[in-house]
Design a protein around this ligand. Sequence first.
Ligand SMILES: [Ca+2]
Length: 318
Amino acid sequence: MIHLKTAFLLAYFSQFVACFNFISQIFDLERNARIISSGTPIKKIKVNSEIECAVICSNTYKCCSSNYDMYIEQCTLFMECSPKSQQAQESQILMKTHTPDINPQPKDCSELPPGTSSGVYDITPANESTISVFCEMDTDNGGWTTIQRRYDGTVDFYRFWDDYKAGFGEIAGEHWLGNSYLHAILRQRSYQVRFDVEDFSGNTAYAIYNAIYVGDEKNNFKLSLTGYTGTAGNAMVDRDGTPMNGMMFTTRDRDNDISTDNCGNIKKSGWWHAACTWANLNGGVYTDEILIKSIHWITWKQKGLKGTRIMIKPQPSF
Ligand SMILES: [Ca+2]
């Protein structure tokens, strides 16, 4: 069985199909076989090749398979999609596949088929170009699109505005996906977010917020974040209890926080700082010590953390 894609071959047969409103379609081609139909053929027509036969089937309402007899150059169209067949020399069967010509790209990791393994996949957020993301398909029923991951300190997170906007690191390893992509994904529908944290002893905890949104660059990637549940505590606040909810993104070179200083410098991190934050998951110093600039989630551990992961998934539909 081979695949025959009529769209790519259209140019060669344009003299035959010029009068058709051509629709691209993939066919399975089975050589040396003939259809044994249980119904009356839709049409029999003399043509010059199996490609022309496939094109005619493409453009014929209800045609799902066709038989091309090379010996008498006859194309026979059938309604059956999985017709019975028998061996026959000089004959070929063309069956429309159920695979669409262009597979629609998933809009986020939740649209990958059930049973898909965790790994790097291409997604295409609405009205955006395709990007590669790490899909976490094992944790918490899977379907999570990863926006940040750290586990060994190999990637520098003390970066500038444009770095955080475009993303950095390796998608399969430590990385920040990028604020512009985060916005592009989140604007598609309603999302939840999950923060996973791990200390240097291997203890883990998580925080889920059942609603997250991040605005565009004009709004300095302003964060909306509500609905905490989890085991790590709600550290998306500053020391005064001011929530990250409603805060804009701050980096070492772009101070949008409510501190008199620049929290991007103080905490060595790009983040939605208030004044500044108890959740410094992009902290620029990788150590188990609890420092103002280490990775930390203060409501869970008073020490520097080894691993972090931030992931988003559409809110469950009720
Ligand atoms: Ca400031």
